[in-house]
Design a protein around this ligand. Sequence first.
Ligand code: BES
Ligand code: MN
Ligand code: MN
Length: 456
Amino acid sequence: MSTLSYIESNRERFLEELFALLRIPSISADSAYAQDVRACAERLAQFLKDAGAENVVLEETAGYPIVYGDKIIDPALPTVLVYGHYDVQPSVPNELWNTPPFEPTIIDGKIYARGACDDKGQMFMHVKAFETMMQTQSLACNIKFMIEGEEEVGSSNLGIYCKSNKEKLKADVILISDTGMIANDVPSIDVGLRGLSYVEVEVTGPRIDLHSGVYGGAVANPINVLCDMISSMHDENRHITIPGFYDKVLETSAADREALARIPFNENEYRAHLDIDAVMGEKGFSTIERTGIRPTLDVNGIWGGYIGEGAKTVLPSKAYAKISMRLVPNQVSDEITELFQKHFESIAPAGVRVKVTPHHGGEPALTPTDSVAFRAAAAAMKDTFGKEPIPTRGGGSIPIVALFEKELETKTVLMGFGLDSDAIHSPNEHYGVFNYFKGIETIPQFFKHFAALNNA
Ligand code: BES
Ligand code: MN
Ligand code: MN
């Protein structure tokens, strides 16, 4: 049987099995869901076994287990290591979902659920593609699966696991579907990811919350001060003002910028989709460049003072914010965090004390476009989309990609099938049924081309 007819005749089951994973609220950030995250790992391990994987184990870590499984058909053949994650972002605020986040529902050809695209839907395509290759006797490479449960919280235990299992994880390429493409009729492959520095800041003024009339005007208000400090970190061109911040930014070549400029992009549609009347960002760069090749600084959350019902006249004692910086090659996460910390402390006015607490970070990554693996991915997408994919730059972060290169000396191919409009991390996250099956069809083509090109 051909792979296509196998997929066609198992369509309903392939969806139902994904739904079984989507029903498990595997939210790694919230310890209230610890049992669900583990249950999801166990369910996934069973799916891998059922698909034909051997040596399936839950690799225990200090956090959530890594699901490992493999199928070595011939040591002489190339080996593909598939990475993905079974954990998801929190679903809150749940009231903004049109359907319950953990009850997958298909509406207009899209699967609505937390994790539908990021990354259960995309990761599970590999499990079903593997099953398809096993059942149609067409698996052309050795395969290893490494699916983690802590991607959304920084992958720190996966880093440790990789360091101490180099031999076991040895592969010729790492294949990941956890990014997007331009449109369903414009296939593309991300060839870069941004890194991340994430910090939490605390600004403390007076010992206790004060009457804002009795003291207001005479004592530093930590929220006012925090707002000033944050706004001073961008200049009028929306460049970041932290000294040294851009020192290591790799300038993108004119040829690469020209290639980015050729990517189809419709600003009207972009604005309409987000319900904004203008885009905003660093002067001198296009929207695609601002999210792809430029670093950023964004407040992710800010709080302090009185936020309950009605008005309470209070001059708060403390103000807080969570701030992320997206990094590009060759910025280094720890260095940027340190630059931020020094700068933030230096701009604090007298009358307040500040504290900066670093969270997880991650390094930016570039993936090659001249490799056998990239050519195999491009050929696979050409087969199934009928068009050569365009190389693009993803704005998000998958910190483990840089680590794979460092620890395993193995390069990655980011063959993602999501769309920017899939609302990952947002309410009503969804993934196209089209995209799910397109991925399941394309992955076996990758294996076929990768084996053939390695042989050539
Ligand atoms: N799959 C995303 C990353 C992504 C999305 C890359 C779209 C490119 C395009 C991943 O699950 C993610 O959300 N990563 C986090 C980083 C992590 C350290 C919390 C992110 O980018 O915020
Ligand atoms: Mn992801
Ligand atoms: Mn994510």
